[in-house]
Design a protein around this ligand. Structure first.
Ligand code: ADP
Ligand code: MG
Length: 236
C-alpha cells in the first residue's frame, strides 16, 4: 500500500475513534478538506462531515480557518433551509472535533442519477426546474453556494426530489457578479460531466429567470462572466 494510502486509513481510524463511533461509522467520502462518515445520531440516520487540518498551513491559522469554515457551512445550511431550499437538517456542530452532524439523505448524487439509463428527458427537465428554483431562492436570500456541481445535488430515493448539499464554500452575498459566477461554475460542471445533457442547464436558467426577483442583473453578469471565460480559454 502506498504511504499516503496508509496515512489516509490511519487518519480515518483515529478520526472515528475521536468521534467515539469506531464500530458503527462508515466512511462515505474523503475529499481535500473534509471526510464524511455515515452514522447514527440520536437514533436517526446521519452523517458527520469532519474537516481536517491541511499540513501546509500554519497550525494556529489552520485551526482558526477550519473552525470558521465549519461554522460558516452549518450557518449556510440553516439559512438555506429557512429560505425554503431542500438541504439536510443540521443536527449538531462539534467545534472541537471540527464536525457538522446532519441528516443523511437517502439517495444518489445527481451525477449518478443523470448517468442512469433510465433517466428520461422529463427527469432532466424536472431536475432543472428544481435546481433553478433552489438557486434562485438562495440568491434572492443573499446566499451564494460557491460549489455548484452535479456531485453537490442529491436525488432522494423516496420522492425523487433534488436536495442541495455541500455548503462548504458558501458565503453571504448580494452582488450580481458572485451570483453570475455561481451559475457559470455550474454550467461548466454540467458541460464537462454531462456533455449530452446540457438541456439541464437551459432548464435551470429558464426557471431562474421565472423565479428570481433579481434575474435580470444576475443573468447579465452571468453573460459577462461567460464571455470573459471564453476569451480566456481562446487566449490561454
Ligand atoms: N447529508 C448527506 N447525506 C448523504 N450523503 C451525504 C450528505 N452530505 C454529504 N454526503 C456524501 O458525502 C460526499 C461529500 O460531502 P460534501 O459535503 O460534498 O463534501 P466535499 O466538500 O468533500 O465535497 C457527498 O458527495 C455525498 O456523497
Ligand atoms: Mg461535495
Amino acid at each position: 500500500m502506498a504511504d499516503d494510502a496508509i496515512d489516509a486509513v490511519e487518519n480515518d481510524a483515529s478520526a472515528m475513534r475521536a468521534l467515539g463511533v469506531d464500530a458503527a461509522a462508515r466512511a462515505l467520502s474523503q475529499g481535500a478538506e473534509a471526510r464524511v462518515f455515515a452514522l447514527e445520531f440520536c437514533g436517526r440516520d446521519a452523517i458527520c462531515k469532519q474537516r481536517f487540518a491541511k499540513k501546509y498551513r500554519l497550525p494556529a491559522l489552520d485551526e482558526r480557518l477550519t473552525r470558521a469554515r465549519l461554522v460558516g457551512e452549518a450557518r449556510a445550511i440553516v439559512r438555506a433551509r429557512k429560505l425554503g431550499v431542500r438541504a439536510p437538517m443540521v443536527l449538531h456542530v462539534d467545534a472541537n472535533e471540527a464536525c457538522v452532524y446532519m441528516e443523511r439523505v437517502a439517495g444518489v448524487a445527481l451525477k449518478e442519477a443523470l448517468r442512469r439509463e433510465t433517466c428520461t428527458r422529463e427527469d432532466i427537465a424536472r431536475y432543472g426546474r428544481e435546481i433553478g428554483e433552489a438557486i434562485s431562492k438562495l440568491h434572492d436570500g443573499g446566499l451564494v453556494h460557491g460549489d455548484l456541481t452535479t456531485s453537490n445535488f442529491m436525488v432522494r430515493d423516496d420522492d425523487g426530489a433534488v436536495v442541495v448539499i455541500d455548503f462548504g464554500l458558501s458565503y453571504p452575498s448580494a452582488v450580481p457578479e458572485d451570483k453570475g459566477v455561481d451559475l457559470y461554475v455550474l454550467e461548466r460542471a454540467i458541460n464537462a460531466a454531462h456533455p449530452s445533457q446540457t438541456e439541464l442547464f437551459d432548464e435551470i436558467i429558464a426557471t431562474y429567470k421565472k423565479t428570481s426577483k433579481m434575474w435580470c442583473a444576475t443573468l447579465n453578469r452571468f453573460a459577462e462572466v461567460r464571455a470573459r471565460g471564453r476569451k480566456r480559454s481562446m487566449v490561454g
